[in-house]
Write a new protein. Structure first.
Length: 152
């Protein structure tokens, strides 16, 4: 009788251990599947996102406009959350959105396919005539567009 109770306890313990192990494996597979889904979604959004700066020019020595066009298949949301770089060619620095100069603002928050947004850049230092400047915009998902122009 004592051996039967001991065997029953070991069998119950074994079944519980198998259940715990199966649960842990299921949870791990579930996490991996969720991560793969998120990665796939981010990758597909990046493939369908494409922007280009079609033109940039200064209107004064401290103000310039850049025109950002969505040439992709998906809308680009929250343009203000992207990163804008500006400076002399090959010396661009990130500048803040809607902050003290140097700063930038945009006339829309959503850029639909085929649409163009106007980015206004306000500088703290005047542009140097004859120099080349580069504007680069990077979307939240890492798609970038740049444009180099000469100040005349």
């Amino acid at each position: 009788p004592g051996e039967a109770v001991s065997e029953a306890i070991l069998i119950i313990a074994g079944v519980i251990m198998i259940g715990v192990l199966a649960g842990a494996i299921y949870l791990s597979i579930s996490y991996i599947g969720s991560a793969m889904d998120a990665s796939s979604l981010a990758g597909s959004q990046r493939l369908l996102t494409d922007v280009q700066i079609v033109f940039a020019t200064n209107t004064t020595s401290t103000t310039l406009y850049a025109y950002l066009q969505n040439i992709g298949e998906e809308p680009v949301y929250n343009l203000q959350l992207g990163t804008l770089y500006f400076g002399l060619e090959n010396q661009q620095q990130p500048i803040g959105y809607n902050s003290p100069a140097p700063s930038w603002t945009v006339n829309t928050q959503v850029l639909n396919p085929g649409s163009t947004a106007t980015i206004t850049i306000t500088l703290s230092q005047p542009l140097v005539k004859g120099s080349y400047y580069t504007v680069m915009y990077v979307t939240q998902n890492g798609v970038q567009a740049e444009y180099t122009f000469q100040v005349v």
